[in-house]
Write a protein that binds this ligand. Structure first.
Ligand code: YXS
Length: 256
């Protein structure tokens, strides 16, 4: 069974997560299909991509597939992780990627939404980043993804509390470009995508890549990187990560 649905019309590629049984958890399989779809749309010279859920359920995506997280003593978010590969592919895609969000967005899926170029949601959308619920150390690229978009106090509220930011606050703090009514969301998103198809693809691609390079240029020296990596190792070798992933799999609240 495919884990995503895709469509291509008017030079706009659509990728819809279709794994509701697991609340669109971003498994390696779902991500592989998504990466293949991005490659196909790049070959077709898509002028815009829409990333959405196929369903109309309460959850856009439950984030990284926790069943696939290493259970302990291993970096849970290495450079090679499928989700990290997807984040880089979205940021490198040579046309705008628009997240169309209905329902709640959790963990790594929130990072994915923040990696998209534009985000539109309806009043049911909500956004949570959840390493603090799993006892997990997030990674440097992920922190920078949030820090380059949101005020630090909001980044800290999200990472420390793991609580969802509701639709109206998400618009106020800048997680989303706009919140529109549920019945207008699709036409708003595809209307913006169509606008991009009438503009210079070369100019847009250069703007997107230049903004990516400039926004990611956070100069840190090797000693600082080693220090940050050491902080992360202390966590993923620590007791909280064992407890956080076990609690989720045993369907009970974690005891930190
Ligand atoms: O028991 P079954 O087989 O029916 O499966 C259940 C859940 O186990 C499964 N599921 C997931 N499986 C793997 N990875 C997930 N992230 C995940 N989320 C859910 O889907 C089936 C239905 O789940 P259920 O009954 O809880 O659905 P619900 O509608 O009552 O609640 C929906 C959610 C999303 C509120 C709830 O499932 C939930 O809180 N899921 C976990 C959200 C989360 O904490 N995601 C973070 C994943 S870790 C991550 O992304 C990063 C590494 S980090 O932690 O750093 O942010």
């Amino acid at each position: 069974m495919p884990l995503i649905k895709t469509a291509f019309a008017e030079s706009i590629g659509t990728i819809a997560f279709d794994r509701d049984a697991k609340r669109n958890a971003l498994s390696a399989g779902l991500i592989a299909e998504t990466l293949a779809a991005l490659d196909e749309f790049k070959a077709k010279r898509a002028r815009a991509i829409v990333l959405r859920s196929a369903g109309t359920g309460k959850v856009w995506s439950a984030g990284h597939d926790i069943d696939e997280l290493p259970k302990a003593d291993v970096d849970p978010l290495p450079y090679s992780d499928p989700l990290e590969q997807l984040l880089r592919a979205v940021k490198a895609f040579p046309a705008p990627v628009i997240a169309m969000v209905r329902g709640s967005v959790w963990g790594g899926a929130c990072d994915l939404v923040m990696a998209c170029d534009l985000v539109y949601g309806d009043e049911t959308c909500a956004f949570a980043i959840t390493p603090a619920k799993l006892g997990l150390p997030y990674n440097v690229g992920g922190f920078l993804n949030f820090m380059s978009r949101l005020p630090l106090n909001v980044v800290k509220e999200m990472f420390f509390s793991a609580d969802p930011i509701s639709a109206d606050r998400a618009e106020r703090v800048g997680i989303v470009n706009r919140i529109v009514g549920a019945t207008e969301l699709e036409q708003t998103v595809y209307g913006m995508a169509r606008t991009f198809t009438t503009r210079s693809a070369a100019s847009i691609a250069t703007s997107k890549e230049s903004i990516r390079v400039l926004s990611e240029s956070a100069p840190i020296n090797p000693t600082t990187f080693e220090y940050l990596h050491g902080l992360r190792r202390d966590v993923y070798f620590g007791p909280d990560y064992h407890e956080g992933t076990a609690a989720f799999l045993e369907k009970r609240p974690p005891k930190f």
